[in-house]
Design a protein. Structure first.
Lengths: 257, 330
């Protein structure tokens, strides 16, 4: 099975998020970037499918958010081809524009299955995977945790996650786009030495694409840190001080008997 | 049909009306108070009538009964909803940020070429458009967003609005679609329920929850020791389950379990909206995170800006000592 995987860079939420001078967007220059976690799972799922049944894995990414290291890591993990879509503006495009760009590149591939993380935390006016499916005119289902070859030829079986650790097993006729929440196993680790080797051996392909018009129907007026309506009472002091205070609170409430 | 109406998609999971539906109806009622329109509720099912009585908070309940809607699949859902939106022309379509909503809302917006906003926490009418506050970057930031075109599809964060009471009786309308629904390329096959035998975290009074801050699987032992000391169980946010360190039955949040324990201790959990959704009803929430700006502190009653790996053993030791003192004095 030939599989295309979309990888996106997102701001690392562990780091401070700065807002730019317009007050309507993140300051992309100061953001610390990491691969979108669900996309990383999509890559892992694609590699598992390839290892089980052959075929190829092509990674497609927009050239935004210091993506090169993520792409070299993907190559080190086992991706066969890397397509990096050049952008004039290093700011990550909105989901509709990103989907249009990615669809142009993926259409040139012979990919029966497209896997992409079901969400990215910096999307607010669109959700990339279904928009991409619409652009490719392919069926879509998302919130998928685990994909396996289907019982019938030309199909896969995807497990869609619902609350309560309940899954719906779905049959998906290919070609299709799936929004991945999690792979069947955690994303694999690759040692730095293999990533360095991939940096020397991997050539990124840069497909030609046409940048779509901006969708102005949804605009951000203000981006800000939420004011806490009911912030927690912060317990200060050393670790042992806090532990003692917590034990007292739990005892007073009858929780610790 | 009115451009001031608000349409809600009723969500039915395994034959049951999901709680999010009543939250959406409440949000829709607030919005129509400003627009002057009606609250419509679309029920896509093979037996919508059985759910209609629970939807009295709507003004009109639109039932689409079709065998293809007996279990969820994207294509028949989106096709049916497209037809209703085209016919009713509401100013907004409210869909929950749920497993079904993450499929249907963007597919609907794409097919009708109308705007979509995700993570909606507050919605107001504004002139010919809408003003929406959304969660951004996992809830660490908020965005005030202007939507200048109607209708718009708004994906509402579960827990953003208190569920609507049922003040009256909605008008029930059975809708016949222009053409029978087709199954599409994605077909439901079967439900897979969690394996029995693991701890049922929804029944625990005390939960020790761990997130990414636990760093590695070996450190779960620290959480287990504290849970043992307190007489509770260990649960986790999604990244821990994604790593395979705990089974899905221990996951708290949107795609996991909703828990209401007496005590919820959150160690190294940032507090993404998807997680908070599953634990915000706990009686007492204590959050431990090194990031003072972590959203989990907004959901907690008490917090400590400490490393989870330091406080876990210290708290286990202090709790064990306190229990020892209590048993001696007894």
């Amino acid at each position: 099975m030939n599989i295309a995987v979309v990888l996106r860079q997102v701001p690392d939420l562990v780091e401070t998020l700065d807002i730019d001078r317009t007050g309507t967007a993140l300051d992309w220059d100061t953001a610390s970037w990491i691969v979108n976690e669900c996309d990383d799972h999509a890559l892992e799922q694609a590699l598992l499918l390839k290892e089980a049944g052959g075929g190829s894995v092509t990674v497609v990414a927009l050239d935004a958010g210091d993506v090169d290291n993520t792409l070299y890591t993907a190559a080190a993990k086992g991706a066969d081809r890397i397509l990096k879509i050049p952008l004039d503006d290093p700011t990550p495009p909105a989901p509709r524009a990103a989907a249009a760009l990615l669809a142009q590149a993926i259409r040139t591939l012979d990919a029966e299955l497209v896997l992409v993380g079901v969400q990215a935390h910096n999307e607010l006016d669109g959700v990339l995977p279904p928009l991409l499916a619409a652009g490719l005119e392919r069926p879509y289902v998302g919130v998928i945790r685990g994909v396996q070859p289907g019982a019938e030829p030309g199909t896969v079986t995807a497990c869609k996650e619902f609350p309560g650790a309940v899954m719906a097993r779905m049959q998906v006729r290919l070609p299709a786009v799936l929004g991945i929440l999690g792979a069947e196993q955690p994303p694999r680790y690759v040692p730095v030495s293999r990533i360095r080797a991939a940096m020397k051996a991997t050539q990124f392909e840069e497909p030609e694409v046409t940048v779509p018009a901006r969708d102005a129907r949804v605009t951000v007026r203000r981006l800000y840190a939420p004011a806490s309506a009911a912030r927690a009472e912060i317990l200060s002091g050393s670790v042992s001080d806090v532990a003692a205070r917590l034990v007292t609170i739990l005892a007073e409430r009858g929780i610790l008997k | 049909m009115s451009a001031s109406d608000v349409l809600v998609l009723a969500e039915i999971q395994r034959g049951m009306l999901a709680d999010i539906t009543l939250e959406l109806l409440a949000a829709a009622r607030q919005l129509t108070a400003a627009t002057g329109g009606s609250v419509l509720c679309a029920v896509l099912s093979d037996d919508g009538q059985s759910h209609a009585s629970a939807l009295a908070a709507a003004d009109r309940v639109l039932l689409v009964n079709d065998p293809q809607l007996a279990a969820y699949a994207p294509e028949p859902y989106v096709a049916a909803l497209c037809e209703i939106v085209r016919a009713e022309q509401p100013c907004a379509v409210l869909i929950g940020g749920t497993s079904i909503g993450w499929d249907v809302a963007p597919l609907l917006a794409s097919r009708l070429d109308i705007p979509l906003v995700t993570g909606c926490r507050a919605i107001q009418a504004e002139g010919e458009g809408l003003a929406v506050t959304t969660a951004f970057c996992g809830g660490k930031l908020l965005a005030d967003v202007q939507v200048t075109a109607r209708p718009a599809v708004l994906m509402v964060l579960p827990g953003s609005c208190r569920a609507a009471a049922a003040p009256g009786r909605a008008q029930i309308e059975v809708r016949t679609l222009a053409a029978p629904l087709e199954s599409g390329a994605v077909r439901f096959q079967e439900w897979v329920l969690p394996a029995a035998g693991d701890v049922d975290i929804t029944q625990q009074d005390i939960l020790v929850a761990v997130g990414r801050g636990i760093q590695q699987q070996d450190n779960l032992a620290l959480a287990e020791e504290l849970a043992t000391a307190l007489g509770g169980a260990v649960c986790a946010s999604r990244p821990v389950v994604d790593q395979g360190w705990l089974p899905a039955t221990r996951q708290v949040g949107k795609s996991g379990m909703t828990v209401r324990p007496k005590l919820y201790l959150a160690f190294g959990i940032s507090g993404a909206p998807e997680h908070v959704e599953g634990m915000q009803s706990a009686e007492l929430i204590v959050a431990v995170n090194t990031d003072p700006k972590a959203p989990i502190f907004d959901a907690a009653h008490y917090g400590a800006e400490l490393d989870a790996l330091d406080l876990l053993p210290a708290l286990a030791e202090a709790a064990t000592a306190r229990k020892g003192e209590a048993s001696q004095s007894a």
